[in-house]
Design a protein around this ligand. Sequence first.
Ligand SMILES: CC(=O)SCCNC(=O)CCNC(=O)[C@H](O)C(C)(C)COP(=O)(O)OP(=O)(O)OC[C@H]1O[C@@H](n2cnc3c(N)ncnc32)[C@H](O)[C@@H]1OP(=O)(O)O
Ligand SMILES: CC(C)C(=O)C(=O)O
Length: 515
Amino acid sequence: MTQTIKIFDTTLRDGEQTPGVSLNANEKVEIALALARLKVDIIEAGFPIASPGDFAAVSRIAAEVKGPVIAALARAEKTDIETAAKAIAAAERPRIHTFIATSDIHLEYKLRMSRQQVLEAARDAVRYAKSFVNDVEFSAEDATRSDWDYLCQVYGAAIAAGATVINIPDTVGFIMPDEYGALIRYIRENTPGADKVDISVHCHNDLGMAIANSLAAIKHGATQVECTVNGLGERAGNAAVEELALALHTRRDYYKIGTNIDLKQIYRTSRLVSSLAGVIIQPNKAVVGDNAFAHESGIHQHGVMNNALTYEIINPETVGIPVNQIVLGKHSGRHAFEERLRHLGHNLDKETVSSLFRQFKELADRKKAVYDRDIEALVMVKEPTKQEGWFQLAYHHVVSGNQTLATASVRLKTKEGMLECAACGDGPVDAVFKAVEQAVGFPVVLQDYQLKAVTAGQDALGEATVRIEQDNKSFSGRGLSTDVIEASARAYVNAINKMLETCGMPEIRAAAGGI
Ligand SMILES: CC(=O)SCCNC(=O)CCNC(=O)[C@H](O)C(C)(C)COP(=O)(O)OP(=O)(O)OC[C@H]1O[C@@H](n2cnc3c(N)ncnc32)[C@H](O)[C@@H]1OP(=O)(O)O
Ligand SMILES: CC(C)C(=O)C(=O)O
């Protein structure tokens, strides 16, 4: 391998711009720790001026996550830059990422600035950021629809002001791979000082080109690629880190360029992000989708039986996909369970292991065979700790049928005692959601509900994902059970708990026994 490119992960910033996704500070720290284990080079932790919550999350990541560079986004504005600098002050290696648009359409209709004004704003922003940190990245937003010579002037001014990285984003996912490669080469060859800084690319997937464009840019001299886990991001998303890392790994004969990514962490990180963001991975998604290694047709199955290489270019174990074999049962002990967790790469504290072991025993009572994937699912959908959960599902009972009005009764545990309610609904899931809503005592706006099986078989674990809305923000919850109604109710309660963590609602929190 002759060269290594840097991976700049923006799951916590551009990834959180995915419609409907909202992560709280604990979730962001959990993802940042996973990104550090994945060995990304830079974590863009957030956009601190955007909200006090974003500022707090970036500050915690800067203080708690060691290894990668920690970056924060700022517009070409003094207050944005000051706020970003404050938020990343505790980082071992802080970076301010400042940006301003350079395309005429953005200048005319959004910024209402001339080209000269934008050039000066870019230069001043980099210079100001440089007064706080040494590492400053500058992005020309909508670069791929900007005039190429003007871009070179702006990047030249940013480098002269001290930028260490210049980023050339395809903000609207517009450019084609050959064209992007030529643009990267043009900027590299025509921008004064470009040979002394990292050249970064940031691709959106509006036309499905994010990975192809990133790879074309690498071929033409990009040294940093901006990505997100599972390709989350604004609109159609960003280049997916797992796809980029696997493309470079699988075709190392062609690219002769590597990354520092620990490939074995890919599946686990992907599942964690999917679980916390509440965005289910499409089954046919490259690298991490459920069907990515499934062979359906006879000719393929025949080939794979003789030699997997006939139809498999990636070994699932390369990306840490658990082998789907029976691993533990109801007679397994704590030592074997802990060992299995460690084997799957989870080094968890004692309290979490105890809680997971209790859930595992309950599961083993209900389900004949417990697979690695079941254990992964238990880890991902951790039950709330004592401090986290305002409400816990203690009991549910549902009656439904094709000639019967579905009715549900639920009992929720709070610090103040039990809340009980019954309700009718349009089917058992609707009835149980209505009963929970009545028990918590405030209206809950359901945005999305999905259910899937974790493994095959009649006794498979069902995993429910629920998204609810409050004050124009979305909150997702997950629930697991061999009983799909219970999984759904748990997911609903989990989403309500997350909402209460973030939104004020003091009267509801007081009723549940909290502040
Ligand atoms: C391509 C990208 O992904 S960029 C990142 C996009 N992410 C986000 O926007 C998420 C977080 N954003 C927010 O929370 C808010 O938009 C904030 C806090 C940044 C700004 O909020 P507001 O002050 O209410 O402004 P609003 O969002 O309505 O408009 C953006 C303003 O920033 C200006 N602006 C936009 N980009 C830049 C920039 N790079 N540098 C300087 N000013 C900029 C716009 O011209 C507009 O200015 P105006 O208020 O004088 O008209
Ligand atoms: C801030 C920049 C890099 C961005 O997100 C974009 O242009 O898409």
